[in-house]
Ligand binder design. Sequence first.
Ligand SMILES: NC(=O)c1ccc[n+]([C@@H]2O[C@H](COP(=O)([O-])OP(=O)(O)OC[C@H]3O[C@@H](n4cnc5c(N)ncnc54)[C@H](O)[C@@H]3O)[C@@H](O)[C@H]2O)c1
Length: 383
Amino acid sequence: MGDGTATLDQVGSETTIDVPLAGRPYAIVIGESLIASAGERLATTLPGARFAVVSDKTVAGLHLAPLKASLEAQGLFLGSAIVAPGEASKSFPVLEKLCETLLELGVERGDCVIAFGGGVVGDLAGFAASILRRGVRVVQMPTTLLAQVDSSIGGKTGIDTRQGKNLIGTFHQPSLVLADVAVLSTLSEREFRAGYAEVVKYGLLGDAPFFAWLEQNWADVFAGQDGKRRHAVETSARAKADIVVADEREESGLRALLNLGHTFGHALEAFAGYTDRLLHGEAIAIGMRLAFTYSVEQGLCPADDAARVTKHFTDVGLPTEIAAIPGDAPTTGELLRLMAQDKKVKGGKLALVLVRGIGQAFVEKDVSMEPLTDFLKRECAPR
Ligand SMILES: NC(=O)c1ccc[n+]([C@@H]2O[C@H](COP(=O)([O-])OP(=O)(O)OC[C@H]3O[C@@H](n4cnc5c(N)ncnc54)[C@H](O)[C@@H]3O)[C@@H](O)[C@H]2O)c1
């Protein structure tokens, strides 16, 4: 610690990645039976705190009982607040109801909220914790692949509005992240695959050997075999932690690299109405493929690298084409309007994460609209 990078320790069946943020360092613990022992761990990590668990109905039905029992065994369980599964819960009405429920459960200034679910619960509960009584602590216990490798780490919280995704929110770093990879076994294959898009993202943005490893080992990662799933989670979580430590508030531009594929992807998600029609990770897979193809067209990236990306997404069953979205395709105008709503727009200028090759992402701060419009016209056309 102290050199500004995350450190990793493997002890027994757990791996701990320290996130040495100035003033609020925390640990990401990755392992296989972390839920049943969470109460004991939290009693020592956050002495004096009591815990209110926020989850969604699906996750609560599958996994809440052992968490509740372990908190109750320590006398630390305040109760739970359960929201409906799905992106629609990242909204003002649900946030309001959740804050009131947490107050009714008796959450006080020194207590802690546990976000127990996927990225939706993590973003919503993290936001609620950041504003409740002017800020209480949050522990992230991510239960989707996406949440374990991405959304639970780094402190971004928020909800969506009609204008776009995540436009209202805060930075609120967790006090601890407990990622139990065993819970991923109950995730649907489609959700696992969507989360896998974010795993691939770490290879594509800065770690070409990891991408090559994924090309070779993805089937075992999906099957949960030989510790390869855990290796993928750990490598990704560490990559995310390193970026967050180097650029916590997206000021130096490094953290912005995590948005590879996201400006396109968020626009596609908004177009699809944040529904099952297109999951976040699926939108991001299409977005990353678009970023690679556009980079090739701009003479920035070898065509072979873009072809490898398309092949890998196709191999694992992720979409790569706008035309793969069920129903009507967006028009170029719609897509550009939605991209302009994205928070990566500064002073009216669109910034895009582009690539010089696999593992070599960079931020282009002033994207020329003419070639981009022309590119999107071709991409939006029916295939
Ligand atoms: N804060 C950040 O830095 C950040 C980063 C990336 C994404 N996000 C946000 O994350 C959200 C997407 O997260 P997500 O993909 O985890 O979606 P999600 O939270 O909606 O979870 C997907 C589905 O899986 C179910 N589920 C969760 N865990 C399960 C389990 N173990 N077994 C069975 N079912 C389970 C949920 O009930 C839900 O239906 C988006 O809102 C996105 O904006 C935030």
